[in-house]
Design a protein around this ligand. Structure first.
Ligand SMILES: CC(C)(COP(=O)(O)OP(=O)(O)OC[C@H]1O[C@@H](n2cnc3c(N)ncnc32)[C@H](O)[C@@H]1OP(=O)(O)O)[C@@H](O)C(=O)NCCC(=O)NCCS
Length: 162
């Protein structure tokens, strides 16, 4: 039986531990990644969705938070946004939750008059599923900066015109 679609919502402080737990359990994320997620989450909570530079969206089913996305406008651009993070609970991958979260992030960016969404990821083989996810959801491989993260580990830039 197919799982029912998750409910999308703007998370509040009560969801912080679930969001950070999802991030901590993603094996691809380094401790430094989780620290950055914590910083963005903290700014989002302190300033609120209306004033924060970073915007979080979450998905839940039966009260359980299953994933989140975080996006924000790229400073000094007109209508260019970054998808900073997207992560789904590792026990709920391939259920369409990531695609639903990304679709909502795109809808919100459009609503804010955004026109271009950028998703950066790494070129190493562990990120192949992530790259497939972006290609499947309509992103174009726009650029590769070789040896960006470390020698042999490239930065891959995906874009979508909204
Ligand atoms: C990337 C991620 C958010 C995708 O979430 P998800 O809910 O599992 O993805 P979906 O079920 O919505 O997948 C949509 C499509 O993307 C593609 N896809 C997703 N995961 C894939 C995988 N592991 N291998 C191959 N294709 C994949 C498929 O085409 C899939 O459609 P299908 O299942 O009908 O074939 C999730 O895998 C994740 O949390 N990864 C770790 C964190 C990460 O890499 N984040 C991005 C960088 S910040």
């Amino acid at each position: 039986m197919a799982a029912t679609d998750p409910e999308l919502f703007i998370p509040t402080s009560a969801d912080g531990s679930s969001i950070l737990e999802i991030a901590c359990n993603i094996e691809l994320f380094e401790p430094g990644d989780v620290e950055v997620i914590k910083e963005l989450w903290s700014e989002f909570l302190t300033k609120g969705d209306a004033k924060s530079w970073y915007h979080f969206i979450a998905a839940r089913r039966d009260g359980q938070v299953l994933g989140f996305a975080c996006y924000g406008q790229r400073p000094l651009t007109q209508g260019t946004y970054d998808l900073y993070w997207i992560a789904v609970d590792k026990n709920h991958h391939r259920q369409g939750i990531g695609e639903i979260l990304l679709g909502e992030a795109e809808r919100q960016v459009r609503e804010r008059s955004g026109r271009l969404l950028i998703a950066e990821t790494a070129g190493k083989s562990a990120f192949e599923p992530t790259r497939r996810f972006y290609l499947k959801t309509g992103y174009e491989l726009e650029a590769r900066i070789r040896d960006f993260y470390s020698p042999g580990d490239d930065l891959i830039v995906f874009t979508k015109r909204l």
